[in-house]
Write a protein that binds this ligand. Structure first.
Ligand code: TYM
Length: 329
């Protein structure tokens, strides 16, 4: 069975973008792949997080993994810091990464271009840790949204470099990006990705949003003045995004949805999208509540950490041997 690995960085509450672009796919793959999913808590602290908020976001993220359908009987679910090998291999990968490669990473470049002050070294070397996350487990595939593709591609380069220098050690992973829903856009500005750090709080739907608030955000989503329901991503990005959201969640094709609403006003289409989204959120939130009340998170993480460490620690032994870091005594 091929192995798949992915993670989410809960620097805030998980979003509909995380669900459609990543989490929902993890759930559907867990029957056919050996699935490893972790909470990327080390990645969260590349920028300061209030400790109490971070703890709550991490706990909620695990509960949401389970609420969305990740099954600890089928998937290994764990917290990154419970497996020490991530930080260790992250450092080793940083020693095999060129500054030029990190300078080209768009997430870093965009922040630097905006003139963001006090960017940390952790933010800069983040892709090295992400590479370590993946190759520690010899993952064949990495299901991610479109924005993470560049990081997985860098991981491939770093893996090949390591294997060439030290001998065959790691599997070279492949990114797996869904055809629909790989980049869900902000509802208030469809030129931007829907993101956890949405300042307006209008563009992003969080999985734990009140249903009435989620509906309101969709009903007031920015569209265009053309007034025609069709698939024109370039000229009608807001409308396209809404149809893509509904298609991802309902399993209907985007064309099929267009056909149903052709010739009608945007209000009717938005109401349909809101129905589809709210039905999904309602199911997730009901399960989330049960999971939080059941206190089973700790047990899931303990078990996941044991299983993940067994794989990762073995790999680290091999890595240290290959590099010449260990002394036999
Ligand atoms: P993060 O936490 O930003 O996002 C988690 C996953 O959600 C996807 N995603 C989206 N997909 C579609 N539309 C959106 N608007 C949207 N927003 C987010 C992301 O593409 C991602 O798949 N560096 C990673 C976490 C990470 C990781 C890893 C992932 C750390 N180590 C190893 C895979 C493998 C991150 O910050 O994702």
């Amino acid at each position: 069975m091929k192995r798949m690995l992915s993670g989410i960085k809960p620097t805030g509450q998980l979003t509909l973008g995380n669900y459609i672009g990543a989490l929902k796919n993890f759930v559907s793959y867990q029957d056919d792949y050996e699935m490893i999913v972790f909470i990327a808590n080390l990645h969260c602290i590349t920028e300061y997080q209030d400790p109490a908020d971070l703890r709550k976001n991490l706990t909620d993220a695990v509960a949401l993994y389970l609420a969305c359908g990740l099954d600890p009987q089928k998937s290994i679910i764990f917290l990154q810091t419970d497996v020490h090998a991530h930080a260790e291999l992250g450092y080793i990968m940083a020693c095999n990464t060129y500054l030029g490669e990190l300078n080209r990473m768009t997430q870093f470049k965009d922040k630097a271009a905006k003139g963001e002050k006090n960017m940390t070294a952790g933010l800069y070397t983040y892709p090295c840790l992400m590479a370590a996350d993946i190759i520690l487990y010899d993952a064949d595939y990495v299901p991610v949204g479109d924005d993470q593709k560049q990081h997985v591609e860098l991981t491939r380069d770093l893996t090949q470099r390591f294997n060439n220098k030290y001998g065959e050690t790691f599997v070279v992973p492949q990114p797996l990006i869904a055809k629909v829903g790989a980049r869900i856009m902000s509802l208030s500005d469809p030129s931007k990705k829907m993101s956890k750090s949405d300042e307006t709080n209008k563009g992003c739907i969080y999985l734990l949003d009140d249903l009435s608030l989620a509906r309101k955000k969709i009903m007031s989503a920015v569209t265009d003045s053309l007034g025609i329901i069709q698939l024109d991503k370039e000229n009608q990005p807001g409308l396209y995004n809404l149809i893509e959201i509904a298609s991802s969640l309902s399993g209907r094709t985007m064309e099929d949805i267009v056909k149903e609403f052709e010739g009608q006003g945007y209000g009717k289409l938005k109401a349909y999208v809101a129905d589809v989204v709210c039905a999904e959120l309602e199911k997730i939130q009901a399960r989330y509540k049960e999971i939080i009340e059941s206190h089973k998170i700790e047990e899931v993480l303990k078990d996941g950490a044991l299983k993940a460490s067994a794989i990762a620690d073995k790999k680290m032994e091999d890595v240290k041997k290959k590099i010449g870091l260990e002394i036999k005594y």
